[in-house]
Design a protein around this ligand. Structure first.
Ligand SMILES: NC(=O)c1ccc[n+]([C@@H]2O[C@H](COP(=O)([O-])OP(=O)(O)OC[C@H]3O[C@@H](n4cnc5c(N)ncnc54)[C@H](O)[C@@H]3O)[C@@H](O)[C@H]2O)c1
Length: 254
């Protein structure tokens, strides 16, 4: 039986570790050709090696989603290498948490740039190939923080913005066979949550325990949980699911 994503080409931004790597892994396991774009060279090299050891070829490229020309070139290289681009996952992200009164202009701007401008840059660069072939899937990684989260005025704004961005892409691109949807993860165990534990001065174990105590499903999330939801939106058979947001958080909110 053919695998679900056989013949498909996927680009995951920020895919060298954490959730993005988990998403790339899922697509590789289900037959897709995978490409990763990231600023972290070390993590890129490790991801490439990890995928190679499993027998998968990953095109890894160092580029920042914030720089339109770098993104254009990286997307072009995906098409040069694999002949097309079917699925884009806008996953690259950063946090610069602080209470509003302590948040700097730079904390605000960097978060807007990576999440919003980054997703804009990658979507704009990718849509031309998708529209031309009359097929595409764009999946944006939002967050439960879109509903509001203490210390994250910048991040919650960006993640809510991504949901509006998703719905607009769905409206504009739907007639070309391109859908746009969003996943809003809750607490997922990655380097990002580890960094948050460090910042608030709590051991990671206690931090995870504290998070889990508020999650109805009574466990923390793993990158695979998000990858699974991404795969649903990316599935060819999900062509009538467009402009939606799924909260993958073990409950309505983490
Ligand atoms: N971990 C969670 O609990 C959680 C919850 C909700 C949403 N998210 C979102 O999921 C996504 C992945 O998060 P994660 O937890 O795997 O974090 P992570 O820090 O482990 O991974 C983020 C990746 O994005 C890359 N990146 C950062 N800036 C970039 C740029 N300018 N250009 C290209 N790549 C860049 C990083 O190098 C890193 O590899 C993010 O968008 C994050 O906001 C995470």
């Amino acid at each position: 039986m053919a695998q679900r994503f056989e013949g498909r080409v996927v680009l995951v931004t920020g895919g060298s570790r954490g959730i993005g790597k988990g998403i790339a892994q899922k697509f590789a396991e289900e037959g897709a050709k995978i490409a990763i774009l990231d600023i972290n060279e070390e993590a890129l090299a490790k991801a490439e090696k990890d995928f190679k050891e499993q027998g998968y070829t990953a095109l890894t490229q160092k580029a920042s989603v914030v720089e339109a020309d770098e993104v254009e070139a990286a997307v072009g290289e995906v098409v040069n290498t694999f002949g097309k681009l079917d699925i884009l996952v806008n996953n690259a992200g950063i946090i610069r948490d602080n209470m509003l009164f302590k948040m700097t202009d730079s904390d605000w701007q960097q978060v807007m740039d990576v999440h919003l401008k980054g997703s804009f840059n990658a979507s704009r660069a990718s849509q031309k190939y998708m529209v031309e072939q009359k097929y595409g899937r764009i999946i944006n990684i939002s967050s439960t923080s879109a509903l509001g989260n203490r210390g994250q005025a910048n991040y919650s704004t960006a993640k809510a913005g991504l949901q509006g961005f998703t719905k607009t892409l769905a409206i504009e691109l739907g007639k070309f066979g391109v859908t746009a949807n969003s996943i809003a993860p809750g607490f997922i165990e990655t380097d990002m949550t580890k960094a948050t534990a460090e910042r608030v001065g709590v051991s990671y174990e206690d931090f995870v325990k504290g998070a889990v105590s508020k999650i109805p499903a009574a466990r923390s999330g793993k990158p695979e949980d998000i990858a699974n939801a991404v795969a649903f939106f990316a599935d060819e058979r999900s062509s009538f699911v467009n402009g939606q947001v799924i909260y993958v958080a073990g409950g309505p909110k983490d």
